[in-house]
Design a protein around this ligand. Structure first.
Ligand SMILES: *[C@@H]1O[C@H](CO)[C@@H](O)[C@H](O)[C@H]1NC(C)=O
Length: 513
């Protein structure tokens, strides 16, 4: 019943801006062509919104679009015409926009997180009716989604918070989508999402119902945290190869292109290879060397780290990638410090280039396993706390395509959780455990080499320390606990008998018998 396009010839005519009534559109539609209702609406026509709307229209779902700034509407309608007369209809006022959508109405919002979302909801909700649904496709803080879902429920409206990853290209040709919230609302648009999302052969569309409440936003947030980790680890691999191995951009391009044929096959490694091939069109040399070494950020990485801390989940690799962005921002301070700490930091070791490239590849892969283990554990802990019942294997599956962290590696993660849904940590999955064992010598060589040459590898080092802490049956935590009991009487447990103990450490140490 929902497949709509074929039975409504009116909608297959050229797209245009409809007035939908007295509002005064650009191109009034003659009454005899009274427009059939569209299947879905989208509000917020920045590039992501435009692209997602065009994608939906292209998959055969007639769509209404709206933006307060009417030029955005006209621009989108124009693009729909140019990109193949797609069934997309523009509206300049919210009432005719909402009324152009078939009931129960679904409107996807793609606006900036925070206050703009509340404003857009207020605008839309004024015209929506019981049973209609609003979907927030932005990177929203999950608690905002939960607050809005409750407020909507009181008005008889359904709400979804849907993470969308893949950037502008993904939105246009197939993103990875993480919808959470009302299951009823999800089911109503599932047919659209299944077609619009990225399609991975033998694995299916990159979308699934994530879970209740703000789980879709939360999962998208951690996805971004993992993305920070991946990007940092790749940057460190680049730094070691360039600063210690003395590889040229040409060589780096070849190395990353080669890596992209193996276990590291991924979008981020692929674009990294491309970046090394681009010459500067404003001068000599390569563009990458002219890019200022300052990384921006929008907040999802920081949220991920804050959530890890809230949940008492160790996420040192993701934290290291966030810290690296903070330090990158201190460009002036770093330039000044580099003058104070001048000197030759090269260890003088001779490096075998071919061996180094192999080692760095292995170090990158092993570090990546640790980073994903941390991200998945953040999600798992939150799922337990909130009772979301999230399926970690399914999350890995829908990240296999469309999104920024898409990689063949995610298939291995999915399989690990398929083998054991209750896996305490990815590291101990038999396959990943073996992969780490096979790579740890190389991993240690790379981190040592970097340290000896004064090249920081915070992500790789943090991953290695995470592994070395996790795999040891005894840590120096006994001493920390003894200190706590010494100065604060926090008590301790013993390895050899049950119970809680306190010792008068000071008295005993200082009594002269
Ligand atoms: C419309 O466009 C403007 C500017 O491009 C943007 O700031 C605004 O949030 C958009 N969304 C809606 C729903 O009007």
């Amino acid at each position: 019943v929902r497949s709509f396009a074929s039975s409504h010839p009116d909608l297959r005519r050229s797209p245009g801006v409809a007035s939908g009534g007295a509002g005064g559109g650009i191109e009034a539609i003659p009454a005899r062509y009274k427009m059939a209702l569209t299947r879905i609406g989208l509000a917020g026509l920045a590039v992501m919104g435009q692209n997602l709307a065009l994608n939906i229209a292209e998959k055969g779902f007639p769509i209404s679009v709206y933006n307060r700034t009417t030029s955005k509407v006209d621009e989108t309608v124009q693009r729909a015409k140019l990109e193949g007369n797609l069934p997309l209809y523009g509206f300049h006022d919210p009432a005719s926009f909402v009324n152009s959508i078939q009931k129960p109405r679904v409107v996807i919002m793609l606006v900036k997180a925070g206050a703009p979302v509340d404003q857009t909801i207020a605008t839309l909700a004024a015209h929506l009716e019981q049973g209609d649904c609003i979907v927030d496709g932005g990177n929203e803080w999950y608690e905002n989604t939960e607050r809005r879902e409750k407020a909507m429920e009181e008005r008889g409206l359904l709400y979804l918070g849907m993470g969308v990853s893949g950037g502008e290209e993904g939105a246009r040709h197939g993103p990875s989508m993480m919808p959470g919230g009302s299951l009823e609302a999800y089911q109503y648009i599932e047919d659209i999402l299944l077609k619009v999302s990225a399609q991975v052969p033998d694995s299916g569309p990159c979308v699934t119902y994530i879970g209740k409440g703000g789980s879709g936003n939360f999962v998208k947030m951690v996805h971004n945290g993992i993305e920070y980790g991946d990007m940092q680890l790749i940057a460190e691999a680049y730094d070691v190869l360039k600063s210690v191995g003395k590889l040229t951009n040409g060589e780096l391009q070849q190395v990353f292109a080669e890596w992209n044929k193996g276990e590291l096959l991924s979008f981020l490694v692929e674009i990294t290879a491309d970046i090394f091939s681009i010459k500067d069109d404003q001068g000599e040399g390569y563009l990458v060397d002219k890019v200022l070494d300052k990384t921006g950020m929008k907040g999802t990485g920081k949220w991920t780290v804050q959530q890890a801390a809230e949940l008492s989940v160790a996420a040192p690799t993701i934290e290291a990638s966030l810290d690296s962005r903070f330090l990158s921002g201190l460009k002036d301070e770093r330039v000044a410090a580099s003058k104070i700490f001048q000197g030759d930091y090269s260890s003088g070791e001779t490096v075998n280039k071919a061996q180094l490239i192999e080692d760095v590849r292995k170090a990158l892969y092993a570090s990546k396993i640790c980073s994903y283990a941390q991200g998945m554990n953040i999600i798992k802990a939150k799922s337990t706390e909130k009772g979301w019942g999230l399926n970690l294997g399914e999350l890995a599956r829908i990240w296999k395509g469309g999104c920024i962290i898409r990689a063949s590696f995610l298939d291995r993660i999915k399989k690990a959780y398929d083998r054991n849904g209750e896996l305490a940590n990815l590291l101990i999955d038999p396959e990943f455990a073996q992969e780490i064992m096979d790579r740890q010598a190389a991993w240690r060589r790379v981190v040592c080499l970097a340290i000896n040459n004064g090249v920081s590898t915070p992500g790789m080092s943090a991953s290695l320390a995470y592994f070395d802490s996790y795999r040891r049956d005894r840590l120096p935590a006994n001493l920390v606990q003894a200190q706590r009991d010494y100065f604060g009487a926090h008590t301790y447990e013993r390895v050899d008998m049950p119970g809680s103990f306190h010792t008068e450490w000071y008295k005993i140490a200082n009594s002269k018998i």
